[in-house]
Design a binder for this molecule. Structure first.
Ligand code: ADP
Length: 488
C-alpha cells in the first residue's frame, strides 16, 4: 500500500496548527500499519535543512506557470522517520518567511499542486492513495481526472480530507488559467464555479466533486458540515453518502509523550497511573515555568490557552475567561499566534492592561518548545471555540494531565466529557464542557472548576487519570482510514 499525502504543513518542520500534526501523526500511524507513506510539501525557506536527514536532490523538470517555464527541483529527505519530498522552484512561491497569509496564496498553492502531479508523472509513480488536504491541495483531484490520468499517472483512490470548511480557497478564475492549460482549464473552471461570486472558483468544491473518498476529522463535524457549517457545500457532501466519513483525529503519542518529552523541565513518571508522582512532576514544571515567565509562586491553579488567535477560537471568551480567572485569584498563560488583525489588537490591549500583573503572561507567537512546557505545567486548558472540526490542543492537554475546559461543539464534544452532563459517568469524565457559547456559561464552568480544584481532590485526580491514560493515538483511526479508503 503506497500512500502519498499532498499537504502544506508537516509537524514539526512546517507547522501552523493542527493540519501539521495530522499529516505527521497519521502518516506515522499508517507506516506502523504496514503502508509505505510519503509526504509531499513545498520547500519553504523556513524549513531548516539541518532538521532533515538524507536530504538529496531527486529530480528536476520544467513546468509552465503563468506563461513562464518554471524550473522545479524535488528534494528527497526524511523528517524524523518519515520520508518526505520537498518541492522547490525558481519562482518566488515558497520564499516568503511564512506558510500562509500572502495575497497570492491561491496561485502559490495551485502551482505547488500542479508541480506535485508533474512529479508523479515524471517519476512514473502509481500510489494506491493520494490524500489531499483542504482547499490548498484540492485542485489535485480535478487535475488528476482531467489531465494527468490521460498522461499516464495512475492513482487508485484520491482521498480528500476536510480539516476546516471555513476556508475554501476562493480564487479569481483567471488565476486557474495561469496554472492549468486549455482545454482542461475550461472544464475545471466550469465545475469549480463559485456559487456566489461570478468570475471566481472555489477550490475546495473541486476536491469534493472529484475525489473518490472524503474524510473529515471527527464524526460530529462530519454531521455538522452537511448542514450550515458546510458554508454552502453541505448539499454536495450529503450527495457523497457512504463515500464520506468522519474519522476522529489522533495525536502522535510518541512525540506528545510526557514520559519522554525532552522539552520538559521534569519528565512524568513511566507509570502514568501514579497520580502523586505525576502531580509532583507537574509541580516542578510549573515552578520552572513561573520563574521563566516571571509569574509569582502561588497555590492557585494555572490556566492556559495555546491557540491561533482567530474568531473560530472564541477570542472574546478567552479574553473574558482570563479576566475572570484573574479576578478569582488564578493564573493564566496565553500562547497565541496572531492570525487576524482585530483579534491581535484586542489581545495587545489586554496585555497592556495587565502589564504589571504577576499572574498572567502573554506570548504572541508560535512557540513549540514553550507550548510543551505549558501543557505539562498547567492545571487547565481553556478552549472556548465557536466551532472546532476536531481540535488537538485538548487531546494534547489531557495527555499531559491538564484538564480541558471546552465548548460543547463538534470534535470537542467527541473528545471531552464532563460528569455534570447527563449520562457521563465519573469513569468516562476527563474535563469540563459548556454550552451555550456564552461568557456566563464559561464563568459558571470556571466556578465549578475552581471548586473541584480546591475542595474535591479525588474528583480532580480521577479526571486527570482518565485523560492521562486514555489512548489518544492514531492507531484505531488509521485502521478505520485504511478500511474506508480501500472499500470498493
Ligand atoms: P487548529 O488546527 O485549528 O489550529 P488544533 O487544536 O487542531 O487547532 O491544533 C493546534 C495545534 O497547534 C496544536 O498542536 C497546538 O499545540 C498548536 N499551536 C497552536 N497555536 C500555537 C502557538 N501559538 N504556539 C505553539 N503551538 C501552537
Amino acid at each position: 500500500m503506497h500512500i502519498i499525502h499532498l499537504a502544506s504543513e508537516l509537524a514539526p518542520i512546517a507547522k501552523v496548527g493542527g493540519l501539521g500534526d495530522v499529516t505527521s501523526g497519521l502518516s506515522k500511524a499508517l507506516i506502523r500499519e504496514g503502508a509505505y507513506v510519503e509526504v509531499i510539501l513545498p520547500f519553504y525557506n523556513t524549513i531548516e535543512p539541518q532538521t532533515l536527514t538524507a536530504l538529496q536532490q531527486d529530480i528536476t523538470f520544467a513546468t509552465e506557470i503563468d506563461e513562464r517555464s518554471i524550473q522545479v527541483t524535488v528534494w528527497s529527505a526524511h523528517s524524523g522517520t518519515l520520508p518526505i519530498k520537498l518541492i522547490a522552484c525558481n519562482a518566488d512561491f515558497f520564499q516568503r518567511n511564512t506558510i500562509y497569509g500572502e495575497a497570492d496564496d491561491p496561485l502559490r498553492f495551485m502551482a505547488f499542486t500542479k508541480m506535485a502531479l508533474d512529479y508523479l508523472l515524471h517519476k512514473k509513480l502509481s500510489p494506491n492513495i493520494l490524500n489531499i488536504h483542504d482547499w490548498i491541495t484540492a485542485l489535485a483531484a480535478p487535475l488528476y481526472d482531467e489531465i494527468y490520468k490521460d498522461l499516464g499517472v495512475h492513482i487508485d483512490t484520491v482521498v480528500m480530507t476536510l480539516h476546516n470548511m471555513a476556508y475554501q480557497g476562493h480564487s479569481k478564475t483567471h488565476t486557474l488559467s495561469k496554472v492549468v492549460p486549455l482545454p482542461a482549464a475550461r472544464t475545471i473552471q466550469h465545475h469549480l464555479q463559485d456559487d456566489h461570486r461570478p468570475h471566481h472558483i472555489n477550490l475546495l468544491k473541486g476536491g469534493l466533486l472529484y475525489a473518490k473518498r472524503l474524510t473529515t476529522v471527527s464524526p460530529s463535524y462530519a454531521e455538522a458540515i452537511q448542514g450550515e457549517r458546510g458554508h454552502g457545500l453541505g448539499p454536495l457532501l450529503r450527495q457523497k453518502g457512504t463515500h464520506f466519513k468522519g474519522i476522529l483525529n489522533g495525536i502522535d503519542t510518541e512525540y506528545w509523550n510526557p514520559v519522554t518529552d525532552p522539552l520538559l523541565v521534569e519528565k512524568f513518571p513511566k507509570n502514568l497511573q501514579d497520580i502523586q508522582q505525576v502531580r509532583h512532576a507537574k509541580t516542578i514544571n510549573k515552578r520552572a515555568l513561573r520563574t521563566q515567565l516571571n509569574l509569582r509562586e502561588s497555590v492557585a491553579p494555572l490556566f492556559c490557552a495555546i491557540t491561533r488567535l482567530v474568531k473560530q477560537k472564541g477570542p472574546e471568551l478567552i479574553h473574558a475567561g482570563i479576566d475572570y480567572i484573574l479576578q478569582r485569584g488564578g493564573q493564566c498563560v496565553l500562547i497565541g499566534s496572531i492570525a487576524e488583525e482585530d483579534v491581535e489588537q484586542e489581545f495587545q490591549n489586554l496585555a497592556n492592561t495587565y502589564h504589571n500583573c504577576p499572574d498572567v503572561h502573554f506570548h504572541f507567537a508560535f512557540n513549540e518548545p514553550l507550548a510543551h512546557q505549558v501543557y505539562a505545567s498547567s492545571d487547565c486548558l481553556i478552549m472556548p471555540s465557536q466551532f472546532e472540526p476536531c481540535g488537538l490542543a485538548q487531546m494534547i492537554a489531557m495527555r499531559y494531565g491538564t484538564l480541558p475546559i471546552v465548548t460543547q461543539v463538534d470534535g470537542l464534544k467527541d473528545t471531552v466529557f464532563d460528569s455534570a452532563q447527563n449520562g457521563i459517568s465519573i469513569s468516562q469524565a476527563n474535563g469540563y464542557t459548556f454550552s451555550p457559547t456564552t461568557q456566563y456559561a464559561l464563568q459558571s464552568t470556571l466556578d465549578r472548576v475552581l471548586h473541584t480544584f480546591y475542595h474535591d481532590h479525588p474528583l480532580w485526580e480521577r479526571l486527570m487519570l482518565n485523560g492521562l491514560n486514555h489512548d489518544w493515538s492514531w492507531k484505531q483511526s488509521a485502521q478505520t482510514y485504511l478500511d474506508f479508503c480501500q472499500k470498493t
